[in-house]
Design a protein around this ligand. Structure first.
Ligand code: CP
Length: 315
């Protein structure tokens, strides 16, 4: 099945074939990134704007590198220094950028529904939208790069991630990574669990995931943990009694990985060392945290290239 998406907004829109197509291309681009070459020409003549209305390090830099390494024409738009600060609406901002002939708009926004709102303005918003993180809603390319990292370790195109046990740990309630990661891993056949305090859990009935309330149980069960950051900036009130208790019940400690050397550790970043995981865990051989970042460039190259090809074939 050819990749036929116009936007990448929600991981729920991606089938197993779509995800495998992204992984297949990511493999190719990862080999290229590890070679001495720095430039391919897959996105010659394609204009990409990166619009970040919220802070980012990894996502912004990796999308910029991904687009540039494929020879796209790249413009970075920082909302803080734009006319958004003068009160311009999101739609007006995007329509004004688009009229300058943009093919792909990669956007991070603090509002959960910002990308869907723009995608619904059919006939007005013409560019392909890529969700680079939307409020507490989704972060599909992060979910894809996390799954690609574990696919390379545990999976194959035929078995996908069937039978692998994957557990998200920590602040699930505020996590857009969790909301993208769960459907991607389930689509690939992995068993998915979450582990965290009840006050940081959304209603998970519809997700069909196992729930753990102590890190020791999660460590015993899982093949891989994706450890999430406590998002103090999104908490209206204190949802954990104290950081000390959080660390005691949910922090990943050095003894966990000593006890279970096969356990893979992921973290989407940024890390709070000493809170959701001990520094020794972040830096251990089992930690795939920097592998995730490396693969992030390849996955984002794949997403941009497949979207550009889908746009071309729909014209
Ligand atoms: N993982 C992630 O989205 O990191 P940034 O906020 O630095 O982009």
């Amino acid at each position: 099945m050819p990749f036929s998406h116009y936007h990448i907004i929600s991981a729920r829109d991606l089938s197993a074939d779509d995800i495998l197509a992204i992984f297949d291309r990511s493999h190719e681009y990862l080999s290229f990134l590890r070679s001495s070459d720095r430039k391919r020409h897959d996105l010659n003549g394609v204009s990409v704007v990166l619009a970040f209305f919220e802070n980012s390090t990894r996502t912004r830099v990796s999308f910029e590198l991904a687009a540039k390494r494929l020879s796209a024409e790249v413009t970075v738009f920082q909302a803080a220094s734009s006319s958004v600060a003068k009160g311009e609406t999101l739609l007006d901002t995007v329509l004004n950028i688009e009229t300058m002939k943009v093919d792909i708009l990669v956007m991070r926004h603090h509002h959960s529904g910002a990308h869907e709102f723009l995608a619904l303005r059919k006939g007005r918003v013409q560019s392909s939208l890529v969700n680079a993180g939307a409020g507490q809603h989704e972060h599909p390319t992060q979910g894809l790069l996390d799954a690609f990292t574990l696919f390379q370790k545990f999976g194959s195109p035929t078995s996908m991630l069937r039978g692998m046990r994957y557990c998200l740990v920590g602040d699930i309630l505020h996590s857009r990574v969790a909301r993208s990661s769960i459907p991607i891993f389930q689509t690939l056949g992995a068993e998915v669990a979450v582990c965290g305090p009840g006050t940081l859990m959304p209603n998970l009935e519809a997700f069909g995931v196992r729930i753990f309330s102590h890190i020791d149980e999660a460590v015993e069960w899982a093949d891989a943990l994706n450890v999430l950051r406590i998002q103090h900036e999104r908490m209206q009130v204190g949802l954990i009694p104290s950081l000390r208790e959080y660390v005691q019940y949910f922090g990943v400690k050095h003894y966990h990985i000593q006890r279970k050397p096969s356990l893979a550790i992921l973290h989407p970043g940024p890390i709070n060392r000493g809170i959701e995981l001990e520094a020794e865990v972040a830096d251990a051989a089992q930690s795939l945290i920097l592998s995730q970042v490396e693969r992030g460039v390849a996955v984002r190259m794949a997403v941009l290239a497949l979207l550009a090809e889908a746009r071309k074939s729909s014209m």
